[in-house]
Design a protein around this ligand. Structure first.
Ligand SMILES: C[S@@+](CC[C@H](N)C(=O)[O-])C[C@H]1O[C@@H](n2cnc3c(N)ncnc32)[C@H](O)[C@@H]1O
Length: 236
């Protein structure tokens, strides 16, 4: 079953006039319906390497935002995480549902526009945010993570010949500013293998500090970040 957020949004949106978000949804639905799986390559290598180190002792909850066909949601579910996967494309979520059934994995599927999606604060131990860039979303991800929870972030880097779409690309070095208030566990920029090609990405493993936080990024609280994106620090 695919849950809708807010309930009934799918039906309501169909009767509304065109909006940029609706256009995005139609575009992604059409791509997935046509069998376009170009993003559906192996899981991001850095995330795959970190997952075994991230699992807390208690039952662990993860959120995959803009999950697409769920390469990361499936990886986490197979490793015992309780996973919520949010995406705006019903077609994509239907494909993910079939794949989860085939894999014997359980994933909570949520149809939602991430500009409107909300959940209880401190709901997740891990959030995965890959190849979907909405800079304003980052402060909300902080709220959705438990203190001590980790965000895996990766997106295209805007460099000549980088192979990405500029709309979803960070400028080189930009991540350092975006994640200044997070504790950076690992960060790098540069080429990475994606399927049978190489692309330029910015990738970060960052933690919402355990300290009794006074505020999310941008709220004026103290900055717990200890390392800069681009200059990696050894993992936790
Ligand atoms: C390039 S794919 C990335 C998929 C996945 N994160 C991965 O790395 O394989 C981008 C995804 O963002 C979703 N998307 C686009 N706009 C969205 C929005 N406003 N809210 C939620 N999902 C959205 C699309 O449906 C698509 O599945």
């Amino acid at each position: 079953m695919v849950r809708e957020f807010p309930p009934g949004v799918n039906r309501r949106e169909r009767s509304q006039r065109s909006t940029p978000v609706r256009a995005d949804r139609i575009r992604w639905d059409a791509r997935y319906a046509a069998g376009d799986c170009r993003h559906d390559v192996d899981p991001a290598p850095l995330l795959a390497a970190w997952i075994p180190r991230l699992r807390p002792a208690r039952p662990a909850r993860a959120l995959d935002v803009a999950a697409g066909l769920g390469r990361h949601a499936l990886l986490l579910a197979r490793q015992g995480w309780t996973v919520d996967a949010v995406d705006i494309s019903m077609e994509g979520l239907r494909i993910l549902r079939r794949r989860a059934v085939l894999a014997g994995a359980r994933i909570n599927l949520i149809l939602a526009d991430l500009d409107r999606f909300e959940c209880r604060p401190a709901s997740y131990d891990l959030i995965v945010h890959t190849f979907f860039l909405k800079r304003r979303l980052i402060a909300r991800l902080w709220r959705w993570l438990r203190p001590g929870g980790v965000l895996y972030f990766e997106t295209h880097l805007a460099v000549q010949g980088g192979g990405g779409h500029s709309r979803f690309a960070l400028r080189p070095g930009e991540a350092a500013g975006l994640f200044a208030r997070w504790e950076i566990l690992e960060a790098s920029e540069g080429p990475v293998g994606e399927g049978d090609r190489e692309i330029e990405t910015a990738r970060l493993v960052v933690r919402r500090p355990e300290a009794r936080g006074r505020g999310a990024p941008g709220s004026g609280g103290p900055s717990p970040g200890r390392a800069q994106a681009g200059g990696a620090r050894a993992g936790a």
